[in-house]
Design a protein around this ligand. Structure first.
Ligand SMILES: Nc1ncnc2c1ncn2[C@@H]1O[C@H](COP(=O)(O)OP(=O)(O)OP(=O)(O)O)[C@@H](O)[C@H]1O
Ligand SMILES: [Mg+2]
Length: 295
């Protein structure tokens, strides 16, 4: 089991309740997309899964341990096994791209190796390889404050690819990327998960992106679980109900309602026909989706 939440509630210090009664678990290697309207609790859930927050109620188990019971050293070791892709990566502006990527393994390196890497990057080839997967190899020695928001977001993804953690948590990881780059970047996270057997949990604003890449979809609203279903069973009606508070239009990566209807238009009972990563083709048969960027 990669993680298990049992009746978890989270009240922020200002009294704002962000999650309640959440029971959710994932096996090692599973890929789960978290979707839901703004304020649903997606970021809060990912911060709990990253051991950055402690639950106010319920129990949480991460990679076989209970984070609340760990001392400082064990907590550091746990966090080194978890990779977090932030929506806006917290990268110091003057840092070089190569150093930002290598920071992915700081938690696993000895103090001497970590300090040495600050003076001179210890694994330039490894950083270049991770950046190449995001089409950024040529920016290796640039300063991070010379990058665009989308490039910086891809550096954050490259850092987690380089880290190669057991649990990858990605909070709106491609929100600053255009549709083609977003697809390729999510493809790389999925490829990493597949190659390393790592669990991948991503909150995604774009419902179509979630349905295309993730076999399992969790819908959150108002801090509560609305549904937890295999992607092929998620229907248009379930999505419209989840996002009802945001109006009639579902948030999608590509502004093409017909494409979303194709992804969810699997009949009234939502019966799956193509399995994860497949959409009904023009002929009515299911066709595998292209997976740009996948190795
Ligand atoms: N640090 C915080 N202090 C107080 N309240 C918070 C904090 N972070 C989030 N909240 C509140 O918790 C609830 C859930 O917020 P969260 O950021 O988890 O939602 P979200 O689903 O990620 O939304 P979005 O799609 O806008 O990113 C919201 O009501 C929010 O106002
Ligand atoms: Mg959020």
């Amino acid at each position: 089991m990669s993680f298990r939440l049992d009746g978890v509630g989270l009240v922020h210090p200002n009294g704002q309740r962000a999650l309640q009664g959440l029971t959710l678990a994932a096996a090692a290697g599973e890929r789960v997309a978290i979707i839901g309207p703004s304020g649903a609790g997606k970021t809060t859930l990912l911060r709990l899964l990253g051991a950055a927050l402690s639950p106010s109620a319920g129990r949480i188990e991460l990679l076989g341990v209970h984070p609340g019971q760990l001392g400082a050293g064990a907590l550091k070791r746990l966090r080194a096994r978890i990779g977090v892709v932030h929506q806006s990566p917290p990268i110091p502006p003057r840092l070089r791209v190569v150093t930002a990527v290598l920071a992915g393994r700081l938690g696993r390196w000895s103090t001497a190796r970590a300090l040495a890497s600050l003076v001179y990057p210890v694994d330039i080839a490894g950083a270049r390889e991770a950046l190449a997967r995001l089409d950024l190899a040529d920016r290796l020695f640039d300063r991070c404050d010379r990058l665009s928001g989308g490039q910086l977001q891809r550096v954050g993804i490259a850092r987690v690819l380089y880290q190669a953690p057991d649990l990858i948590l990605a909070d709106e990881p491609v929100s600053a990327l255009d549709p083609a780059l977003a697809d390729a970047a999510v493809g790389q996270l999925v490829a990493q998960s597949e190659a390393a057997g790592a669990t991948l949990v991503a909150s995604l604003h774009a419902v179509d992106l979630a349905l295309r890449w993730f076999p399992r979809i969790v819908g959150l609203r108002g801090g509560e679980l609305v549904f937890d279903r295999p992607a092929p069973e998620v229907t248009s009606a379930m999505l419209h109900d989840l996002y009802a508070v945001e109006g009639a239009v579902l948030p999608t990566q590509v502004n093409d309602p017909a494409a979303l209807e194709r992804l969810t238009g699997r009949g009234g009972n939502g019966a799956a026909s193509g399995g994860p990563g497949a959409i009904p083709g023009a002929s009515g048969r299911t066709v595998p989706l292209p997976r740009p960027g996948c190795r």
